[in-house]
Design a protein around this ligand. Structure first.
Ligand SMILES: Cc1cc2nc3c(=O)[nH]c(=O)nc-3n(C[C@H](O)[C@H](O)[C@H](O)COP(=O)(O)O)c2cc1C
Length: 248
């Protein structure tokens, strides 16, 4: 599948209105895709299962919810964001509407010894209901998320990554093709979410952002060496270095 092309039509279906039933064949396709996803960290155990929406607290008119479970170690939230965004883009590419649903809870908080992390609600949606003009979606201006030289088809596109409450908690510094990626938290800013929740979701958002950044770099044929850093910051830290991409 072409991840880059799909970025332009991807959107969150906050309500699944006017969709079609998600079929058994759809579920087979999704389950076989799930087997192929590439984790950011190979040593963190995860399990991804699909359950009917009614077995969760999600009531957005979806058919099913994809539940992500993980071992709670290291950057497991970032890992789930990175894996989940591959699935999110795949779903959008085959006409299945999706919603990362942070506030949702499943029946089972544990599965095979792994802890529940987050879900993505899904339903097959009409092809004309996907995003038509990505550039019209609300995002921070480039200078709030990127400093140093911008990269065509990368800088301008990565900023459309989805994030919890559209917080966009990322910042990139390009220093001679070394991309320093930070998790960014505006000092003192309090949104509608409690601070511990913000940090939890924003760590997932960073995984989503890293995957989309890689999609953009790959699309441009820019090879890179990726170095990942542990995010050990507290709630008040403004900028936390999470990754360094040595691009050429
Ligand atoms: C980790 C994560 C959690 C989210 N949780 C929710 C949620 O609980 N409820 C909701 O309506 N949208 C949720 N969203 C969707 C965001 O609101 C949405 O991605 C953002 O507003 C950008 O819009 P877009 O995805 O259509 O580009 C979540 C997104 C992410 C990435």
């Amino acid at each position: 599948m072409n991840y880059y092309e799909t970025l332009f039509k991807r959107k969150s279906f906050h309500l699944f209105i006017g969709g079609e039933p998600t079929t058994e064949d759809d579920l087979k396709l999704i389950n076989s895709f799930i087997k192929e996803v590439k984790p950011l960290y190979n040593d963190i155990k995860t399990e991804i299962i699909i359950v009917p929406e009614k077995e969760t607290t999600c009531h957005r008119g979806a058919d099913y919810c994809i539940l992500f479970y993980s071992e709670q170690k290291g950057e497991y939230l970032r890992n789930i964001g990175y894996i989940g965004e591959q699935i999110d883009l795949y779903l959008n590419s085959i006409g299945i509407g999706a919603l990362w649903f942070g506030i949702g809870k499943p029946k089972e908080a544990r599965n095979n010894g792994l802890e529940y992390v987050i879900m993505i609600a899904i339903k097959r949606m009409p092809s004309n209901s996907f995003r038509k003009d990505m550039f019209k979606s609300k995002r921070k201006p480039i200078d709030e998320i990127w400093s140093g030289e911008s990269i065509d088809d990368v800088t301008n596109i990565v900023r459309f990554a989805p994030s919890a409450c559209n917080t966009q908690p990322w910042y990139v510094e390009n220093k001679n093709n070394e991309l320093f990626i930070y998790r960014y938290k505006k000092p003192g800013k309090r949104g509608i979410m409690p601070i511990d929740k913000v940090i939890y979701y924003n760590r997932i958002d960073i995984g989503i952002f890293l995957f989309i950044l890689e999609v953009c770099l790959n699309h441009k044929g820019i090879s890179f060496i990726r170095k990942l850093y542990l995010d050990e910051s507290t709630a008040e830290t403004e900028k936390t270095l999470v990754a360094l991409f040595n691009a050429d």
